[in-house]
Design a protein. Structure first.
Length: 436
């Protein structure tokens, strides 16, 4: 039964939602289980759920003698963890516009629910949030906000006259000196963001001394830092400065061994966001999924018609050669990072532009990661367990093992045979409750 919980933010009242948790126990019988850890899939097993937790994983023919346990025949289905999007944006997108004025409680709640309906159980919103984000953050932790679990970097750090765009809102911090950056970081830390975000590329550039001060002060408060990056040289300087996450691919040059070695030594995470390059040229022609209802349902009102327009087609054609080159470099760098054992997390930058649809983008990203040479089993682990580990929540979610949260999707097909099978969603479970 849907409950409403009201919170006050200034003079505004916002409505957040939670789902009542009844004591339940059920078994999904005779499934193929991909647990997200990177271990091989297990066939003909049963997943036992009690309340919001995985209680056991048993052979399909085993009995579970607990009175009142409901058995669900899931023969032929594949079960995998809900996805973790390590780089998204909440509340900016509404229809075809991407502006801070769209950041309302209803819009954020709607988008979190859309993510979940597409199998994304957790989203880190990287640096474009408004003050109410910290109410959402607390409500999500308390189980009073429906949809995907909400994690936030709060107010990101940019540069005056540069990135990110002014349209992203007045909450973006734009310090002009290391001392100002340190003071801004201290004030942000009081709000307890889950992460810190820095935009590094673009013109004018944020000075290295400024982002070094941000990183150092964030670490004083035990907060990890993610950087928006494009260029190899920026990535090297950021890793040297102690950044925890490169939140985009390096797209200008092939990553060299010195950077990869440093990333491994310092446990730096790498989020490739390959789909942002593809979405910039793919509509020069209609992609094979263009008329798929799974794609169309993910779009904001008016966007599908926009994507069919001559204006978008011509713009994509204009960008095609450059963006295809960037995607090729990004894919090669992902393969190198993977081969070297760098920690990789799935992220999409969805919600930052109308063409990056929330929910659908994540499934495209899985396909692009596989096409870059990453085996599907690894891709799924990067998109589930590794994302949870980056957020420090892998003790409770991100993989399907006894004692962890029952956060998973039931698929009609096996993504180890075809990664696009992650789109064959039969059911979604969050905290042990079926939401669709």
């Amino acid at each position: 039964m849907l409950k409403r919980v009201f919170f006050s933010v200034g003079l505004s009242a916002i409505c957040l939602y939670s789902y009542a948790q009844d004591n339940t126990s059920f078994i999904l019988k005779d499934i193929t289980l991909i647990d997200g850890s990177g271990a091989n899939a297990r066939s003909h097993v049963s997943l036992v759920i009690t309340n919001d937790t995985i209680a056991a994983i048993l052979p399909a023919d085993a009995n579970y003698p607990v009175e009142g346990t409901v058995e669900i025949d899931a023969k032929g289905k594949t079960v995998m963890p809900l996805l973790v999007n390590g780089h998204g944006h909440l509340g900016l997108l509404n229809g075809k516009s991407v502006v801070a004025a769209n950041y309302t409680p209803d819009n954020v709640a709607r988008q979190l629910m859309q993510y979940l309906e597409y199998g994304v159980g957790t989203v880190l919103s990287l640096g474009t949030d408004q003050p109410s984000a910290f109410i959402f953050q607390n409500a999500s932790r308390m189980g009073m906000l429906g949809g995907a679990s909400f994690y936030t970097a709060g107010y990101g750090f940019g540069v005056k006259g540069g990135t990110p765009p002014v349209a992203f809102g007045p909450s973006i911090l734009r310090p002009g000196s290391p001392d100002e950056a340190m003071q801004d970081m201290r004030r942000l830390a009081v709000l307890k963001p889950d992460f810190v975000k820095i935009w590094v590329d673009g013109e004018p550039r944020i000075h290295p001394d400024v982002y070094r001060a941000i990183i150092a002060e964030a670490h004083v408060h035990n907060i990890k830092v993610a950087a928006h990056v494009y260029y190899l040289e920026d990535a090297k300087r950021l890793v040297d400065a102690g950044v925890d996450v490169l939140a985009h691919s390096i797209r200008d040059k092939e990553a060299d061994d010195s950077l990869i070695t440093a990333m491994k030594q310092k446990n730096v995470y790498y989020i490739p966001t390959l789909c942002i390059e593809e979405f910039a040229f793919i509509y020069a022609t209609q992609p094979e999924w263009f008329n798929d209802p799974f794609f169309i349902r993910s779009l904001e009102p008016g966007v599908w018609d926009m994507l069919k327009s001559d204006e978008v087609r011509q713009q994509n054609e204009k960008e095609k050669e450059r963006k295809m080159k960037s995607l090729k470099i990004a894919s090669r760098n992902l393969h190198k990072m993977d081969s070297a054992g760098v920690k990789i997390v799935m992220g999409t930058d969805s919600g930052a532009q109308p063409v990056r649809a929330q929910g659908f983008s994540e499934h495209v990203e899985l396909q692009l990661m596989q096409e870059a040479g990453i085996p599907p089993l690894k891709v799924i682990s990067y998109a589930t367990h590794n994302g949870a580990a980056m957020l420090g929540i892998d003790g409770e979610t991100g993989s399907l093992v006894p004692g962890k949260k029952a956060d998973f999707m039931v698929l009609d097909a096996n993504p180890l045979e075809n990664i696009k099978a992650t789109r064959s969603i039969h059911a979604i479970y969050k905290n042990g409750k079926q939401i669709q």
